[in-house]
Design a protein around this ligand. Structure first.
Ligand code: DHB
Length: 306
């Protein structure tokens, strides 16, 4: 079966996308993921200027594929992004999504303008990292007005490049926030960012294990939360959804498509299974579709309960 699809006018060979932040910042390793079967790859979140991450430990494996992390969004800044994207383009024809992050709306405009010059296929706007509260204040994605302002600002700065706003599950009005970013000009929504933040304590030292004390949860444990969030967003808006959160196999991917996702991000599962997981899930999706007489995945999007 042909798994090719379209998203914001971008043609993709597979609906599976490398989620932001899970692999390094070299064009070569992004190209490896595309070769392994991802329909598109997402860069780590790009800051305008060099940004130091948190000290170690930054990631804790909770077992069963679940992680808690507070990496602190380390990045070398726009020059590093330029090198990464240029190298990727030399090695792969797959679409590239550039994730951007900033602390203030003004900085979002600046980084979006600079990143737009690098001509990514889509700009994903990370307004929902859960670990930056002390540094940046509450994530914009948790405030309906700020989420709208950030969207409007980036949309203008991005010119013709489509933008997808990455939303947080850590709110009780996700549908309204999704509507606000759609009205502000978003072309798509990415959901969900990590859940929490949470905390893990070492009972011997009586200290939180992560250097940042708190971190975002990911992996299969959060999948039911992601599914519900995508279900709520799909009901609220008309723009397409790049869904993610705990997907590890073809059945999970189909479940998320039924909830309303057009594309599916894969992140934490790569930690245990490597990039081969893209080929594996593509195959499992195709088998499921064959078994159920589904010719095109678009037939399934948002059809839960129908
Ligand atoms: C970090 C960023 C995120 O967007 C997230 O969901 C979890 C952690 C970080 O770099 O700390």
């Amino acid at each position: 079966m042909n798994l090719s699809t379209q998203f914001c006018g971008i043609k993709l060979k597979s609906p599976l996308i490398l989620a932001s932040g899970i692999l390094g910042v070299t064009g070569a390793n992004l190209a490896t993921v595309a070769k392994a079967g991802a329909g598109a790859v997402t860069t780590k979140s790009i800051w305008l200027k060099r940004h130091e991450g948190h000290p170690n430990p930054t990631v804790l494996n909770l077992g069963n594929g679940n992680l808690i992390n507070a990496v602190g969004l380390p990045h070398g800044g726009i020059e590093e992004a330029k090198e990464e994207i240029t190298n990727f383009r030399k090695l792969s024809k797959a679409p590239l999504f550039a994730s951007i992050v900033a602390g203030k709306i003004e900085e979002f405009i600046q980084v979006a303008e600079k990143v737009a010059e690098l001509k990514p296929d889509l700009i994903e706007v990370n307004i929902s990292c859960p670990n930056v509260e002390d540094e940046l204040g509450r994530p914009f994605a948790c405030d309906i007005k700020l989420a709208g302002f950030a969207t409007q600002a980036v949309k203008k700065a991005a010119g013709k490049i489509p933008i997808s706003i990455k939303l947080s599950p850590n709110v009780n009005n996700l549908g309204e926030i999704a509507k606000a970013v759609e009205s502000a000009g978003a072309n798509a929504i990415t959901a969900i960012n990590t859940v929490g933040p949470g905390m893990v304590i070492d009972v011997e030292t009586r200290q939180p294990i992560l250097a940042n004390k708190v971190g975002g949860l990911s992996g299969p444990a959060i999948r039911p939360i992601a599914i519900k969030c995508i279900y709520d967003i799909f009901k609220a808006v008309k723009i397409p959804i790049l869904g993610m959160g705990g997907i590890t196999n073809g059945r999970d991917a189909i479940e998320m498509i039924l909830a309303g996702a057009t594309l599916i991000g894969i992140g934490s599962a790569i930690t245990d299974e490597g990039v081969e997981i893209f080929g594996k899930i593509n195959k499992e999706i195709a088998e499921w579709c064959k078994l159920h007489g589904v010719k095109n995945l678009n037939e399934l999007v948002g059809t839960v309960g129908k």
